[in-house]
Design a protein around this ligand. Structure first.
Ligand code: NAD
Length: 376
């Protein structure tokens, strides 16, 4: 049973799917582990540490040769996987929506692609939830990025030369990333308000000491699995009215709103950005999915004509490569632990396990996941 980890090839990807710590754990499960030379370099895990942990180092081709499992942060191309065993599990974030033909290619090449982002949000799988682990870090980093771009202080400061007022920070979307952003902004001393379309988020926002803002027109837009549903046109209009009146008074806006499988909802219009004061900062954590802000340029940081800096980094967890890799790699190990027998160390996938059923995209040469459809 060989587990392989190759260097991530996506532009700007600094994370790695295994750390020396998780290599030790994988070997403890009964596997041998191979890792491509330099795979952990961008996340500051040197080759020597992987070797000490018991991994074999090699080229990409040597690493995947005869592998039964390939662990990855982002979906690899088939070219990287050539040489792995037929039916090998390729486990990582697969970003399947909009990339159905790439998923199909993995299937046709005989690989079993497993999308960690489809992990059900049930108690047993919390430890395997890459969306949560990465969103937590992204929410934190978003506030730091905002603070650095903001040319005033975040906390209230009483000095002999006078008082600096605290920054008003508004967080849109109070899921995992948003709640972490609220907590971080509070720790930096900002005055924080937040909104969400799920009524349950209100209590969580308030428990962090922030003010929850929601229009009466929108009672609750909870969808399935703890996620939000898309708003109706009337609800969108009510939300936009509320946002417009609130946002013009904010110094920092952090947007995190997402709806599973859909482009990010547009919450902040160009007119709303224009209503903000020069020097204000917006961080759009939804940039990778098109952005919550009309003026976001995904992947870019720029300042608008009226002096508002819009930060649209596409892969914020990669800005915290070490921590993000540590958590991601542990999420993967936790999932793999369910596939190894603790006593005999035998490896066997239980295809009927709800975690496996929810995450397997391809098997035996074809797409098997009901949500992934390839256009004929
Ligand atoms: P997400 O990344 O899909 O979305 C981020 C937030 O944006 C959500 O809170 C969502 O309600 C909000 N949103 C969507 N449309 C919006 C709009 N038009 N305006 C404002 N906000 C909007 O969600 P997430 O962060 O992954 O988490 C969603 C929920 O799932 C949270 O309640 C979280 O606590 C829960 N959760 C549960 C588990 C578990 O039980 N294992 C694990 C992780 C998260």
């Amino acid at each position: 049973m060989k587990i392989a980890i190759v260097r991530e090839r996506a532009d700007g990807e600094t994370r790695v799917a295994a750390t020396p710590e998780t290599v030790t754990k994988l070997i403890g499960l009964g596997a041998t582990v191979s890792i491509e030379r330099g795979a952990g370099a961008a996340a500051r895990f040197p080759d020597a540490d992987y070797q000490k942990a018991g991994a074999a180092l090699g080229s990409a081709a040597e690493t995947v040769k005869d592998a039964d499992i390939v662990l990855t942060v982002r979906r690899p191309g088939v070219d990287v996987l050539i040489g792995a065993n037929a039916g090998a599990l390729v486990i990582g974030s697969m970003d399947p929506y909009g990339n159905e033909s790439e998923i199909e290619s993995l299937g046709k090449a005989g690989f079993t692609a497993i999308a960690m982002e489809f992990m059900p949000r049930i108690t047993r799988a919390q430890v395997m939830d890459i969306l949560s682990s990465q969103a937590n870090l992204a929410g934190y980093q978003a506030v730091l990025d905002a603070a650095v771009a903001f040319d005033r202080a975040m906390p209230m400061m009483m000095t002999a030369a006078g008082t600096v007022r605290p920054a008003k920070t508004f967080v849109m979307g109070a899921g995992v990333a948003g709640l972490q952003a609220i907590a971080t902004a509070k720790r930096l001393g900002a005055v924080v308000s937040a909104t969400d379309v799920r009524a349950a988020a209100g209590e969580q926002v308030e428990s962090l000491g922030a003010k929850f803002i929601m229009t009466d027109a929108l009672k609750d837009a909870s969808g399935s699995g703890g996620y939000a549903r898309e708003l109706t046109e009337a609800e969108k209009a009510a939300q936009a009215e509320l946002t417009a009146s609130h946002i013009s008074k904010q110094d920092i806006v952090i947007t995190t709103a997402l709806i599973p499988g859909r482009p990010a909802p547009k919450l902040v219009t160009a007119a709303m950005v224009e209503s903000m004061q020069p020097g204000s900062v917006i961080v759009d954590l939804a940039a990778e999915r098109g952005g919550n802000v009309e003026l976001t340029k995904p992947g870019e940081v720029y300042t608008t004509a009226n002096g508002v800096t819009i930060i649209g980094y596409k892969n914020v967890p990669a800005r915290l490569a070490t921590s993000a890799s540590q958590l991601f790699a542990r999420n993967l190990v936790a999932f793999l632990e369910t596939m190894f027998d603790k006593k005999t160390k035998a490896f066997a996938v239980n295809w009927d396990d709800e975690l496996v059923k929810a995450t397997v995209l391809t098997k035996d040469g074809a797409i098997v996941h009901p949500n992934i459809k390839v256009a004929a």
